[in-house]
Ligand binder design. Structure first.
Ligand SMILES: Cc1cc2nc3c(=O)[nH]c(=O)nc-3n(C[C@H](O)[C@H](O)[C@H](O)COP(=O)(O)O)c2cc1C
Length: 214
């Protein structure tokens, strides 16, 4: 194998924008919403995609989820409560959502504590999902082992017949989580690797702001 071919020699410089203390909101959620809006308007294909990291017994695990809402100053995503991430969040509710918006040369790290959303909010969101996704939530015991693809498709058929012609209720094992931020770090790529990093930390209900070395 030609190892050199596979080694990343990307030396792209970053020069799109800058982050200056006096020019950003003192409220990091306002800044987050502004950056999210820029990402939505950018050519990046998945502005809402973020990496969720959880940790159990000192062992971290990560996967991509979609941010679905910002409610009560918390970041909302939906999943299976019995999945690996769901089980990890029961044992340790501290988590991180990490966003990367390449075309804007921006990264945001949001750290905080995760709680299950109120069931009425999850019900309303589930009811608005396409029927196939509702069936999927019933058919998939997310993170459990499957014998093969046919087993999953069999479960889909089973729930399609079970709910044929009926409204599909939200499974109790499926719903939303809200991550309440305690630390939000904004990263803006700058030339020569001298990037801007502004970190907001919540202490006694007040957000403090610090600049970090790149
Ligand atoms: C772009 C993208 C978006 C995703 N969004 C979600 C999501 O919103 N909720 C979810 O449960 N899984 C989502 N997934 C799948 C997860 O990455 C993951 O495979 C799944 O949740 C199982 O993770 P776990 O076994 O660690 O619990 C998404 C994957 C990708 C690539």
């Amino acid at each position: 194998m030609d190892v050199k071919k596979h080694i990343n020699t990307d030396r792209k410089d970053f020069d799109k924008s800058s982050l200056v203390e006096g020019q950003v909101s003192k409220d990091p959620m306002q800044l987050f919403e502004k950056w999210l809006q820029h990402a939505i308007e950018s050519p990046d294909p998945s502005p809402y995609a973020c990496t969720l990291s959880t940790c159990r017994d000192g062992k971290p695990s990560s996967r991509v989820v979609y941010l679905r809402d910002i409610l009560d100053r918390g970041l909302v995503f939906y999943t299976n409560y019995e999945s690996r991430k769901g089980q990890e969040l029961v044992s340790n509710p501290n988590a991180v959502l990490n966003f990367f918006w390449p075309s804007l040369e921006r990264q945001v790290r949001v750290e905080g504590v995760v709680n299950q959303l109120e069931s009425e909010i999850s019900d309303a969101y589930f009811a608005a999902r396409p029927r196939e996704s509702q069936i999927g939530a019933w058919a998939s015991s997310q993170s459990e082992r499957l014998k093969n693809r046919e087993e999953l498709e069999g479960l889909v058929n089973h729930f399609e017949s079970k709910f044929n012609g009926k409204e599909i209720p939200r499974p109790t094992h499926w719903g939303g989580y809200r991550l309440k931020p305690e630390y939000i770090e904004f990263w803006q790529g700058r030339p020569s690797r001298l990037h801007d990093r502004l970190a907001f930390e919540l202490t006694n209900e007040n957000w403090g702001l610090t600049r970090l070395s790149p």
